[in-house]
Design a protein around this ligand. Structure first.
Ligand code: THG
Length: 281
């Protein structure tokens, strides 16, 4: 199964047979006071710089999230999308829980976007899936609903299946659904990592759709988070995640090595190219 997303000039294919797609997460004011302030001031300089730097660091898709207090997402999300399109050619992942903001961003976006996201709640399905159909976009489906994130593998797979089925009813094909099985901290719940990993394998085996993951939640509250994130992401990729949402600079090496070991990097061209480029810096 192939999920194709596009900018004006570039096409990115998410599939188990292709190298892992890195969705850069850093255009997001969470934990970034200066970016939150710049967005409140409608100053897109930081957004532009985060776009350029993440593409240099290996992102082939950029997540764009402007959600912060004192930010009107309906105005700011399309503004940020325009700013990013001015400085990079990669396809974009439009990250908002606000359907009006998603629509405004889809209106200005040039290409086939990845909407981030829909979930199993009725209100979300009814608002977001028609947008995907109308704009011909792909959409990330989160394994959660009105009752929160199910604690069992079966519960999460049921939400994923519901999203795929409801999408079909709205004319959105399974190829255009990218499921996020959701990572929670292993610090709070020892089984959190395992439930996510087992859900990923079950979604791959039963639904066969492509998958994303914001892997860094898994290490929340623990020391040396990057080491934990790297190992967890490798395991998640082995189970079927093929388009993770990550900070590209620290995540890229582990992703390239995991692709190499999984037979997705012929002659090690991508890995060797990366190591050579790092040595020249
Ligand atoms: N799934 C999907 N979308 C998502 C997430 C997910 N979007 C948002 C988030 N999770 C992924 N994006 C981020 C963005 C920033 C951070 C983590 C995940 C983050 N920021 C640092 C902090 O808070 O300390 C700031 C550090 C920095 O990058 O400079 O951790 O799970 N579908």
């Amino acid at each position: 199964m192939q999920t194709v997303i596009r900018s004006k000039t570039q096409e990115v294919i998410i599939s188990p047979e292709h190298p892992t797609v890195i969705i850069g997460e850093r255009i997001n004011p969470t934990g970034k006071k200066l970016l939150a302030q710049a967005l409140a001031d409608k100053d897109m300089g930081r957004v532009r710089r985060l776009a350029t730097s993440q593409v240099e660091e290996g992102a082939t898709v950029l997540d764009v999230n402007v959600g912060a207090a004192s930010v009107d997402e309906v105005e700011l999300l399309p503004m940020a999308v325009r700013a990013v399109m001015e400085v990079t050619d990669v396809p974009l992942c439009l990250d908002s829980a606000n359907a009006q903001a998603l629509r405004a961003a889809l209106e200005v976006y040039e290409g086939k976007a990845l909407i981030n996201s829909v979930n199993g709640e009725e209100a979300s399905l009814e608002r977001v899936l028609p947008l995907a159909q109308e704009y011909g976009a792909a959409v990330i489906g989160l394994c959660m609903d009105d009752d929160g994130i199910p604690s069992t593998v079966e519960g999460r797979v049921a939400v994923a299946r519901k999203i795929v089925e409801r999408a079909a009813a709205y004319g959105v094909r399974p190829e255009d659904i990218v499921i996020d099985c959701l990572a929670l901290s292993v610090c709070a719940d020892a089984t959190a990592g395992r439930v996510t990993l087992d859900t990923i394998a079950a979604v791959r085996d039963t639904l066969g759709v492509n998958m994303t993951l914001g892997a860094s939640n898994v290490s929340f509250g623990l020391p040396d988070r990057e080491a934990i994130n790297d190992v967890f992401l490798a395991m998640a990729m082995q189970n079927g995640v093929n388009a993770p949402i990550v900070n590209p600079a620290p995540a890229r090496k582990g992703i390239l090595i995991t692709d190499l070991l999984r037979g997705l990097d012929e002659f090690g061209m991508r890995y060797v190219g990366y190591v050579r480029a790092q040595q020249k810096k």
